[in-house]
Ligand binder design. Structure first.
Ligand code: TYM
Length: 337
């Protein structure tokens, strides 16, 4: 790296459903904030989505939708590289190489694997689901990323990535940068509106669980008005399970408005839960309105998104192939002549 070269960031989102305000607050918001300071690579991780059953037409549509939502959220394709993971074959090749260095125990310990596998019959759990973190490690290590902006649920996957990079570097010599997770102070774990003890997730089907980035203002307001709270009255931040619903609403409000805990609590002092839900609803709508306008413009502009993705794939392939060539060389694969 030259003296004034920017450090690198890589992150991604699975096109496995409708993006939620949790994805925005935990991940996209940070990406937008960091795109000037870092050399950023943001991918739509379509291959990760294959670890659970997907309808092909739906997956194709969602992959483009997620890429468009990156731009609509404020990622500037002139600053950051936006691409689709499966357009860069190096990801799967490095994932294979890394999986050969991975003790099975490391994979069985992953809490996301345990949670997702528990929802299926044991014999039908796909090998891809177990190997999911190895593909994620390949995504990150190929770009020699220094920082990975993600929500709190990805912490363990980042530790696994570092462990794997260290193991590789130890066996074959310094090859990979050890990446740090970049987790936001506010909103690293937005909870479900229908169940504030469970993480808000794009793959949870129940109505009223999540506000999606493409929900109409009326739907978003309605979902927030129905959010689960408690039987008390106090509108304060707090860790206790009883206050989880109120805490979650305040956190969403804080992530969008940027106000301090004290200012927010003072603002809501003496008000009721109905007022809280209404104001959070308005804050969310103020976030979604310009984002959706940009999204609609983008989708109407024929060919623009494809150009961004083609250019992104070209740039990503260049960087990824350089790292992969180095890896192939140091593990003893014969270079193609
Ligand atoms: P995914 O698609 O589940 O989520 C995308 C990003 O959104 C964050 N996030 C949340 N943040 C706060 N509150 C929530 N309720 C919430 N739900 C999701 C996630 O932490 C994530 O940052 N394994 C990754 C995808 C991935 C990846 C990568 C990420 C594949 N390769 C390389 C970073 C780097 C995932 O499933 O994210």
């Amino acid at each position: 790296m030259t003296a004034n070269a920017k450090k690198r960031v890589l992150s991604g989102i699975q096109p496995s459903g409708n993006l939620t305000i949790g994805n925005y607050i935990g991940a996209l918001r940070q990406w937008v904030a960091e795109q000037d300071a870092y050399d950023c690579f943001f991918c739509v991780v379509d291959l990760h989505s294959l670890t659970l059953p997907q309808d092909p037409a739906h997956l194709r549509a969602k992959t483009r939708e997620v890429a468009a939502l990156y731009i609509a959220s404020g990622i500037d394709p002139d600053k950051a590289t936006i691409f689709i993971q499966s357009h860069v074959p190096a990801h799967t090749e490095l994932a294979w190489i890394l999986s050969c260095l991975t003790p099975l125990g490391w994979l069985y310990r992953m809490t996301q694997f345990k949670d997702k596998a528990a929802k299926q019959q044991q014999e039908s759990v796909g090998a891809g689901l177990l190997n999911y973190p190895t593909l994620m490690a390949a995504d990150i290590l190929l770009y020699q990323a220094h920082a990975v902006p993600v929500g709190d649920d990805q912490r363990q996957h980042l530790e696994y990535t570092r462990d794997l990079a260290q193991r590789f570097n130890h066996l074959y010599g310094e090859t990979f940068v050890l990446p740090d997770a970049m987790i936001p102070k506010t909103g690293a774990r937005i909870m479900g509106l229908d169940n504030p003890l469970a993480k808000m997730s794009k793959s949870e089907a129940s109505e009223g669980h999540a506000v999606y980035l493409l929900d109409t203002p009326a739907v978003a307001r309605k979902k927030l008005m129905r959010a689960v709270t408690d039987s008390g009255r106090e509108i304060i931040f707090g860790e206790s399970p009883e206050k989880a619903g109120v805490n979650n609403l305040l956190t969403i409000y804080q992530a969008i408005t940027g106000q301090s805990n004290a200012d927010i609590e003072a603002h809501f002092a003496g008000k009721g839960y109905g007022d809280l839900k209404k104001e959070v609803g308005e804050a969310v709508v103020s976030l979604l309105t310009p984002l959706q306008a940009r999204y609609q413009e983008l989708m109407a502009e024929g060919g623009y998104l494809d150009k961004v993705l083609a250019h992104g794939a070209q740039k990503a392939n260049e960087v990824a192939n350089q790292t992969l060539a180095q890896v192939r060389q140091c593990i003893g694969l014969v270079a193609p002549s």
